[in-house]
Design a binder for this molecule. Structure first.
Ligand SMILES: [Zn+2]
Length: 165
């Protein structure tokens, strides 16, 4: 029962009902999110032979209160966790890219590195002039990172890069 220990006042019937409803709603949202993460990671696991994800400094980003709650709602930890589980059963290659690799700041065409504040959603290269969606540019850099690291990619499979930065 909901009782305020200090005042000794118990919650009214309506309050109890309200909290029960609220709990149910929270549970429903959690289920929807888990379902989404399960389906998305399964689709990725079945579609690609090689998936690259950035080893994001999730704890550091959570500490940034501007984006922390939005990120925790996305369930980034769970996303990567599920990919790791599915790697064992589906047999694709999961590569975690070094978190210090400047995937968002690097131009995927000329290699120029420039500052990219989070609000910048498009990469305008100050060196070669290429204009590309921030996440697409970062994904292309992640692809390059693997090759530079000497990992082989199955010729039959596609390569996929996921950028969440
Ligand atoms: Zn460039």
């Amino acid at each position: 029962m909901l009782t305020n220990r200090r005042s000794g006042i118990s919650a009214s019937k309506n309050a109890v009902k309200y909290y029960q409803k609220l709990r149910k709603k929270h549970k429903k949202i959690t289920n929807i999110r888990e379902d989404f993460l399960q389906k998305t990671t399964t689709l990725l696991a079945k579609t690609y032979q090689h998936i690259l994800v950035e080893d994001l400094n999730i704890k550091g980003m959570m500490a940034n209160h501007k984006i922390g709650s939005a990120l925790s709602s996305l369930g980034l930890y769970r996303f990567r966790e599920l990919l790791s589980y599915k790697q064992e059963s589906c047999g694709f290659l999961l590569t975690i890219v070094d978190r210090w690799f400047p995937s968002s700041k690097t131009c995927s065409v000329c290699g120029n590195i420039q500052d990219m504040p989070l609000k910048e959603r498009v990469y305008h290269c100050q060196n070669c002039g290429q204009v590309m969606d921030r996440d697409l540019n970062a994904s292309k850099n992640l692809e390059g990172w693997t090759n530079a690291d000497g990992l082989s990619v199955n010729a039959c499979g596609q390569e996929g890069a996921v950028s969440l930065g």
